[in-house]
Design a protein around this ligand. Structure first.
Ligand code: 13P
Ligand code: SF4
Length: 332
């Protein structure tokens, strides 16, 4: 078996020879992350990867991220070392989306009065459905801005698929939310009606973890991703997307301790000292971690052979609508 350095060297040579841009999300394993030309969170990657000037984009992340590049730039050939599907994105498909709209209609809301917003962690079909109803995409970096704009339309917001992000934004903005399938969710009484999806990784962080770190290290800062539970976000000193967390932690004085509630690979390379993972378990995203260095090399060898593997395709009608949902976000 080849060692890490050997494989990284091989990947570097191949990507230069074949003119392939390697893109990696912050949650990727270190050795994969180190091979990337472009790194970032989901918003940064959707923007930067679509502007890459190579024919091929090799996307190390989860399925919806590679798909977003293909949606924005259909002329690019997007390949992935593993077509790993984000567990949260898998919780909603176009049928479940339709059922959520029907639920609101049954509860007395006119379809024309529903404005859907989908978190970028969803497939192209869901994004297309959202666009067809006048809605758009958001990421964790811009969710507040997008939802604020959406609320100004006076319509009811159907937020899919992450209930935690939807609820956290509602709390931040001082508006009412409910979750379909959780207790009495009356869309007439709420401004943001959330779908019942969640991230299994960010669900790991508990109020007890915050209490534990505050007791053990008085004065410690707690910083979490908005996919964490509302009760955890309420206690945190800072809530932000992956890149916002990076900026926050790196802006702290060196001796300021901080416990961070998000994916392990990202947290452990954030800062060399005084940085803790806000959990007693290792919060690794299983799908992000599916990608190995060998997979990256295999995809490059397949391109070299003229027979690319794991290429992303989106049917044209779906792509066209999904692109509208993404563009509406970029405009805001
Ligand atoms: P970011 O938008 O912060 O990159 O988050 C994506 C994600 O999947 C977090 O779990
Ligand atoms: Fe999806 Fe959660 Fe993994 Fe992010 S951390 S890619 S939301 S499963």
């Amino acid at each position: 078996m080849k060692d890490i350095k050997e494989l990284q060297r091989e990947i570097k040579e191949l990507k230069n020879e074949l003119s392939v841009t390697i893109v990696a999300h912050y949650y990727q394993k270190d050795e994969v992350f180190e091979t990337a030309d472009i790194t970032g969170d989901s918003l940064q990657l959707a923007q930067k990867a679509s502007q890459a000037d190579s024919e091929y984009v090799l996307f190390c992340g989860v399925g919806f991220m590679g798909q977003s590049v293909k949606i924005i730039s259909p002329e690019k050939r997007v390949v992935m070392p593993k077509i790993a599907c984000c567990a949260m994105a898998r919780m909603i498909d176009s049928e479940y989306f339709d059922q959520s709209v029907e639920y609101m209609v049954k509860k007395g809301i006119d379809k024309e009065d529903i404005l859907p917003i989908t978190y970028i962690n969803s497939n192209a079909e869901v994004k297309a459905k959202v666009a067809q109803m006048g809605g758009m995409v958001c990421t964790s970096s811009n969710a507040s801005k997008i939802i604020e704009k959406a609320l100004s339309s006076g319509k009811k917001i159907l937020f899919v698929p992450d209930k935690c992000l939807g609820q956290n934004i509602a709390i931040k903005m001082g508006v009412k939310s409910c979750v379909i399938g959780e207790g009495e969710c009356d869309p007439k009484e709420a401004d943001i009606i959330c779908y019942n999806g969640f991230c299994s990784v960010h669900q790991l962080f508990e109020v007890e973890d915050v209490e534990f770190f505050r007791k053990k290290y008085p004065g410690i800062k707690i910083a979490v991703h908005p996919e964490c539970k509302p009760e955890v976000c309420k206690l945190a000193d800072f809530v932000g997307s992956t890149s916002q967390l990076l900026n926050y932690v790196r802006s702290l004085p060196e001796d300021q301790k901080v416990a961070v509630g998000t994916e392990y690979n990202f947290v452990h390379r954030l800062r060399s000292k005084n940085t803790y993972v806000l959990s007693s378990t290792k919060p690794e995203c299983p799908t992000m971690n599916e990608t190995t260095l060998q997979d990256v090399a295999d995809v490059l060898y397949a391109i070299k052979k003229g027979d690319p593997i794991n290429e992303i395709f989106v049917d044209e009608e779906t792509r066209k609508w999904a692109k509208i949902a993404l563009e509406r976000m970029f405009e805001i």
